[in-house]
Design a protein around this ligand. Structure first.
Ligand code: MN
Length: 236
């Protein structure tokens, strides 16, 4: 190898070594404070009640879209990565108007979905018990009547949204629905006990237009232990 060849090789090595450095642009170093939290169970764990494909798309695509959007909003609204989501969602008028709607939709969507994944479990308790059951019986008559009221709220939400059993500001259990990705504490100031996503993406692959069938199937995977803990916290 003569000297010219050696220089050529060195030149190639320098060019190769330099290439990755040039890829480290400030945009790549930008903080991404929001991450998609893992489900506490596999995608297929809620079969046959909630199907694997729906869980997969719902978590990896629909929920993840909120995460991507939130990371894109952090530069425009720094509080997003420092304040608790509940604090922001409870007082949206404090959010600058320029980003208020995307914060409402994406932070609301993120909060709702984290709540929803925790709200479901394979092989959990099949009925409420203890203080939660007593409160349900006191307000609705019995658990079946509460379920019927929640189903009515789910079916009564025109278009996309959520149906909730929640503890209101008056500390009483109530059922209502919210549009889009609005959260229970956003307008009602309520503490969610259980909540069901009634966007079509939550049921269309398995049930198509039959939202009621999805609600009926969903009761089989409700995590009543989690609901009891939510109730205890919200009722304090
Ligand atoms: Mn959803």
């Amino acid at each position: 190898m003569n000297r010219r060849d050696t220089l050529k090789l060195l030149g190639a090595a320098v060019a190769t070594a330099a290439a990755p450095v040039s890829l480290v642009r400030p945009a790549l170093a930008q903080a991404k404070p929001f991450v998609l939290p893992p489900l506490g169970y596999p995608y297929e764990a809620l079969e046959p009640h909630i199907d694997t494909a729906t869980m997969n798309f719902h978590h990896r695509n629909h929920h993840n879209a909120f995460i991507t959007n939130l990371n894109g909003l952090v530069d425009k609204y720094a509080d997003l990565s420092s304040k608790p989501p509940e604090e922001i969602l409870s007082n949206l008028t404090a959010v600058p108007e320029a980003v208020r709607t995307p914060v409402r939709n994406n932070l609301g969507g993120h909060w709702n979905h984290v709540f929803f994944w925790d709200m479901m479990t394979p092989g959990g308790a099949k009925q409420p018990s203890g203080d939660l059951k007593n409160a349900i019986d006191g307000v609705f008559g019995d658990v079946d009547k509460m379920k019927a009221a929640l189903k009515a709220a789910a079916l009564g939400r025109f278009g996309s949204g959520w149906a909730w059993l929640a503890v209101g500001k008056d500390k009483k259990l109530a059922i209502f629905n919210t549009p889009y990705q609005d959260t229970p504490h956003m307008d009602q100031g309520a503490g969610a006990v259980i909540g069901i996503d009634v966007w079509e993406h939550a049921y269309y692959l398995k049930h198509q237009y039959r939202r009621g069938d999805y609600v009926d199937a969903w009761w089989n995977v409700v995590n009543w232990d989690k609901a009891a803990a939510n109730f205890k916290r919200a009722a304090m």
